[in-house]
Design a binder for this molecule. Sequence first.
Ligand code: KG4
Ligand code: ZN
Length: 366
Amino acid sequence: MAGSVFKRNKNLEFKSKKLTILAIETSCDETSVAIVENGEKILSNIVASSADIFAKIGGIIPEQAARQQLMFIIPVLEQSLKKAYPKIKDSRKIIAQKIDAIAVTVGPGLIGSLLVGIETAKVISFVFQKPLIPVNHLVGHIYANWLNQKRKPPLPGLSLIASGGHTDLVLLKKHGEVEWLGGTRDDAAGEAFDKTARLLGLPYPGGPSISSLADKFFEKNKNTPLTLLPRPLANEKNFDFSFSGLKTHVANIVKRWRLTPQKRARLAAEIQEAIVDSLIKKVLLANDKYKPKSIHLVGGVAANKRLRQKIKYYRILQGKVHVPPPSLCTDNAAFIASCAYYNFIPKNWEKIEPIPDLKISGFKSI
Ligand code: KG4
Ligand code: ZN
């Protein structure tokens, strides 16, 4: 294995000047392949999404998502190689000559979708004899803040990972050391957006649908207090979240109200505000207790405009908050490549398999 070539010195720098990682991410309904230099410079980051197929149904059908992954993986791989190195016509030459290692998401995620990325990564690693690095998707999300950044987040840092399947609050003490502080007891924040959007008759994914409808409400009602919905656990001194009650509340309101366009927009703004407030409350609590040097908002929900704006109102957090551009918040392979760079632990291909229920605290045990 070429792993020894990339041994780190004490300052977490690699001995070779440049390390180029090709990463594959197929944990859910996005197929992505990225090529990233030294964990920060994105040479290419191609994402094909099958979300439009699921827009009307209101959620993902795992079997269909896996079939879409199979359809997309080779074209996305090819496009990513071509974009990064347009002058080299032969894709095999690019992998052989330019790529130092392969990284792949091993979990959490849908088993069928994960398998497509993992098997592709194994074959590339085996044929071209490149080190293969398994990556925890949730830890990967955090590293979106290390991409294309002049100012990298200082550690220890506090990360809020809010996505479609997970909501976790963790301390990234140093690269490779994550402490889980708390997480959702039921639905994830993104799931709450998706499920309530469905109740309002809005398309999947629910986050962007609710957000744009809420914007319409804000255009005409700037100062209306948005306190209709509860913020469960918000006043408890722990780092847990609970979002499933929101769905029930919204379902009851939908039954009671006749949903005119204005009322639907108001409800969208209320849902968004309740989720955003619940998330920020626990970030403030953890900031107070652990005094991290940086705070990272990541995962699809971090693309939410209201969350990004509102967290900046808090002076106590100012200068600390790092949020990736929205395109790097949602699933993509560039953050998987960056995570692999800072946690460069290659594994033999025989030991790499999908772990659909991988936890963030299981990070070290991949
Ligand atoms: O991280 P991600 O792309 O995939 C998972 O790992 O789950 O997150 C997807 C989730 C979906 O639930 C989607 O509704 C939510 O992120 N999301 C948003 C926004 N964009 C995506 N939620 C709120 N506001 C957004 N702008
Ligand atoms: Zn994700």
